[in-house]
Design a protein around this ligand. Structure first.
Ligand SMILES: CC(C)(COP(=O)(O)OP(=O)(O)OC[C@H]1O[C@@H](n2cnc3c(N)ncnc32)[C@H](O)[C@@H]1OP(=O)(O)O)[C@@H](O)C(=O)NCCC(=O)NCCS
Length: 232
């Protein structure tokens, strides 16, 4: 039996951490076959690529716990963050309007709310695309896609992966518009900043960069495959 104080603490923790079992799509983009969407970006936007935790822009993106996980990975060259700025009237500095994280190398053992991926050198994993609410529906999501796809193609990469919750309508439309296809559907458990991608006894993820098996440990990897997010 918990004393009332402990029970209260537990209730507060559950309220804050909201244990959640969810379903998500793992999606992939066939980079050589994909043209950047060609956003109608305005000259009030600019972007930078953050590759070091010493970059002052780093403190302006993500949550504190995310930055704690991201800092060593940025500094090791495993991750980049694409950050979009918008000019603001009467402000001396442009403000961060959107950002997107990219992982280029395998990451193991993260239960911190960010991806635990296995990748081939020809693959990258993008996650946590975030456009600030006041900038949404202004083509910034597509602006990010333009920058990322152009960059990944120039690096000669073959596949870009992401994941998204199955009921995130805006994200489904964005992914579909950019050209992502579904590699698989999987279940996950999340508790505050902790995410366990594979729920015990569930089949998924069975393959792909979020699983222990996948293209990355196949000596002769097959192409990624799967259908479109929306009916065509
Ligand atoms: C999803 C998100 C990144 C889209 O960014 P955005 O800057 O508003 O997107 P854009 O204006 O570039 O729109 C690009 C396409 O996305 C789709 N889209 C964006 N918002 C949408 C919405 N609310 N409903 C339906 N489709 C939407 C449309 O297909 C749109 O193309 P269109 O303008 O030709 O209709 C943004 O809503 C967001 O940050 N959401 C919260 C965080 C999140 O869910 N991120 C995705 C994680 S996987």
């Amino acid at each position: 039996m918990f004393a009332m104080g402990k029970l209260g603490e537990l209730k507060a923790l559950l309220a804050e951490y909201k244990p959640y079992i969810g379903t998500a799509y793992l999606t992939y983009l066939d980079l050589p076959a994909t043209e950047p969407p060609g956003s109608t970006k305005d000259s009030v936007y600019s972007h930078t690529v953050v590759t070091s935790s010493k970059d002052p822009v780093f403190q302006q993106i993500g949550t504190r716990s995310m930055r704690k996980v991201a800092a060593p990975r940025l500094d090791a060259g495993d991750w980049h963050a694409i950050v979009i700025f918008a000019e603001v009237e009467d402000a001396s500095e442009p403000e961060v309007a959107a950002y997107f994280w990219l992982a280029f190398r395998p990451q193991r053992g993260l239960f911190t709310g960010v991806v635990n991926v296995q990748l081939l050198p020809e693959e990258a994993y993008g996650f946590d695309l975030y456009v600030k609410p006041e900038y949404r529906r202004g083509s910034l999501g597509n602006y990010v896609a333009d920058i990322v796809i152009t960059d990944l193609k120039e690096r000669g990469l073959k596949y870009g992966y992401t994941h998204l919750l199955y009921d995130n309508i805006a994200s489904i439309f964005w992914h579909d518009g950019v050209g992502f296809n579904v590699a698989q559907v999987f279940n996950f458990f999340s508790f505050g900043p902790r995410i366990i991608w594979k729920i015990p006894f569930s089949e998924s993820p069975r393959y792909g960069p979020l699983s222990r098996k996948g293209r990355y440990n196949d000596p002769d990897p097959k192409p990624a495959f799967g259908g479109s997010l929306l009916p065509k």
